[in-house]
Structures are given as structure tokens and as C-alpha cells.
Ligand binder design. Structure first.
Ligand code: SF4
Length: 209
């Protein structure tokens, strides 16, 4: 389930403490790992800067594309659906050269799920727009095509985590992440105008339901 759609899942989590911190699976690039297709962290090492130092959290960074495809790598994008469609064999993952990366993407997703289960993570914070880690918006076909096409949907690893019952939230779901932070930092008051990604004006205009 997505935490954005079911915030009560967050409310139901046990109180996080130093002795029993929340274990949070995070996209490797959000933790500053140089695991992007180009061997960088996409400049996102500070995206969760507020989260990492908290003593009541144990981050579990993981990059499914690095595990399944290696780094650096060509650009994977989903053609013909989203991550659920890839899991069900209705869509494929291709790179910008047309090479089929579906098997590697599935291998990386399953490795991520295995890690999540092994460490019994409470939920996951994943990088949106990724063909593996996306949870709100992904590219519709090759992102290097002009104009780039987008669609609502999830990446391959995200789909597998969701099907396994692991709650997911994106790094752009600012309202929900503020709720996460309020649980972790008693007294924290978030921006009342914070929005989740699906509420962003760009998403509402370009990807109407
Ligand atoms: S697959 Fe996920 S963790 Fe890896 S670089 Fe892409 S968004 Fe980051």
C-alpha cells in the first residue's frame, strides 16, 4: 500500500525508539549512493538529510537497478504499462537502444524485496520517476524520446514491494513525509501547505485522472 493513500498505516506503526528504531528501506540514491545510471546519486544525497541522523531510524539503502543491471548502465524505462504490468508479463523494460532489460530489472526488484523481508523494514521511501523505484509518476516509454511522455504508475521494484505488503512513499510526497517526521521527532510541525506528489500542479495538469 502507498502511505499516501493509507496514512493510517503510519499511525499503526509502533513507537520508534533508539532501541527499536523504524527500519526504513530507501532508494540507494536517496542515501547518497552513486548508483544512478551515470554513476552519480542524481544530486539527491540531501533529499532525506533530516531523516538519516535521527536515532529512532535505521536506514536500509538499496538500489535494485545496480543489483540487476550494474552501474553505470543504459537507461531503463517501461514500455507498455507500469511495474505491475512488467511483473505480470504485459510490459517490458527497454533501454534507449531498444535492448530488453526486463530480466535484470526483475532480478533487482526481487533482491530488494528479499532485503526488505530479511530486515523486516517498516516501510520504504523511494525515488519517484524511476522505472524501478517510481511510485507516483514514471516515464511512458523511453525518456529520451521528444517530447518525453509520462504516466501515473509505479516502477518494477515498487510494484513488487507493494504486492508484498510493504508500504511505499516517494521522496516527493512532502505532506506524508511530514507525518513520518512528526512520528519520529515529537514536536515537529510540518509545513501546512506541503503537498504529496500526486497533488502537485504539474501532475494534476499533465496527468489528469
Ligand atoms: S534504481 Fe532506484 S535506487 Fe537505483 S538509482 Fe534508480 S531510483 Fe535510485
Amino acid at each position: 500500500m502507498k502511505l499516501v493513500e493509507q496514512p493510517e498505516l503510519l499511525d499503526a506503526l509502533p513507537e520508534p525508539t533508539r532501541d527499536a528504531p523504524w527500519r526504513v528501506l530507501v532508494s540507494g540514491c536517496l542515501a547518497g549512493w552513486a548508483c544512478g545510471v551515470d554513476g552519480t546519486d542524481y544530486g539527491m544525497k540531501d533529499a532525506l538529510a533530516w531523516l538519516a541522523p535521527l536515532p529512532t531510524v535505521q536506514l536500509v539503502p538499496f538500489c535494485p537497478e545496480d543489483v540487476g543491471l550494474g552501474t553505470p548502465r543504459t537507461m531503463p524505462d517501461i514500455h507498455g504499462g507500469d511495474g505491475f504490468d512488467v511483473l505480470d508479463g504485459r510490459a517490458r523494460v527497454l533501454d534507449e537502444r531498444g535492448h530488453d532489460l526486463t530480466a535484470g530489472m526483475l532480478a533487482g526488484a526481487h533482491a530488494m524485496l528479499a532485503t526488505a523481508r530479511e530486515l523486516a523494514v517498516h516501510f520504504a521511501i523511494l525515488t519517484d520517476m524511476s522505472a524501478a523505484c517510481g511510485s507516483v509518476v514514471i516515464s511512458d516509454g523511453c525518456r529520451f524520446d521528444a517530447p518525453r511522455r509520462y504516466r501515473r504508475g509505479v516502477g518494477v521494484a515498487t510494484a513488487l514491494l507493494l504486492r508484498a505488503g510493504i508500504p511505499v512513499v516517494s521522496q516527493r510526497d512532502f505532506a506524508t513525509l511530514a507525518r513520518v517526521r512528526a512520528r519520529l521527532e515529537p514536536g515537529y510541525v510540518g509545513d501546512p501547505d506541503a503537498r504529496d506528489h500526486h497533488e502537485h500542479p504539474w501532475v494534476l495538469v499533465h496527468l489528469p485522472r
